[in-house]
Design a protein around this ligand. Structure first.
Ligand code: SF4
Ligand code: SF4
Length: 174
């Protein structure tokens, strides 16, 4: 149990988690709740109770798709997506084995691509994802269709603001 978890997550996410009173409106509206091991309202309670070990090992933190439905439904205007971001960052920073390594492989490949190019370059992101996840042959048919339609350019195109994007990552300590 971590006594500082609530303060840390509140500071990193900017969300008033201490106001959550378990009305469950977030969980009722969450489109991904069937994939979570703990529903969003329970994640909120676990943060309040400092259940860091259980949260960092949970599937829930990686299954959130940041759709913001919960934030639009919450009577206390708590957005859960940034809370999940904080918990994900802690999971990676502390070397905890994630509950869903394949999702983590996609997540880190996506973030690495933005960090490098200032935007996503699909080809290198997908290569990295395949290597990390070892899912070498999955979705090849879809990938080929996208490639033939010119949706996966081979050469990366850097953002004009790549230096600023790198700075954002640096300031965030990522
Ligand atoms: S909707 Fe808001 S107050 Fe209600 S359980 Fe979810 S986070 Fe807590
Ligand atoms: S932001 Fe995450 S937790 Fe909230 S409704 Fe969407 S998937 Fe569910």
């Amino acid at each position: 149990m971590s006594e500082n978890l609530l303060d840390k997550v509140m500071a990193e996410s900017g969300q008033p988690l201490n106001l959550c009173y378990q009305c469950r409106k977030c969980s009722v509206g969450c489109p991904m709740v069937d994939e979570f091991d703990f529903p969003p309202n329970m994640v909120m309670r676990m943060v309040q109770l400092g259940m860091k070990d259980e949260l960092l090992k949970s599937k829930a933190i990686w299954m959130c798709v940041s759709c913001e439905t919960c934030g639009s439904r919450c009577p206390n205007e708590i957005r859960i997506a940034p809370v999940m971001d904080s918990l994900r960052a802690q999971c990676l920073a502390e070397g905890v084995t994630p509950a869903d390594p394949v999702t983590v492989a996609l997540h880190t490949s996506f973030v690495d691509s933005i960090k490098t190019f200032g935007r996503v370059h699909e080809a290198t992101m997908l290569m990295k994802y395949k290597l990390k996840s070892k899912k070498y042959t999955s979705d090849l048919d879809v990938g080929l269709k996208l490639f033939l339609k010119g949706k996966i350019p081979i050469m990366p195109k850097k953002s004009k603001n790549v230096a600023k994007v790198k700075e954002i990552f640096k300031n965030a300590g990522i």
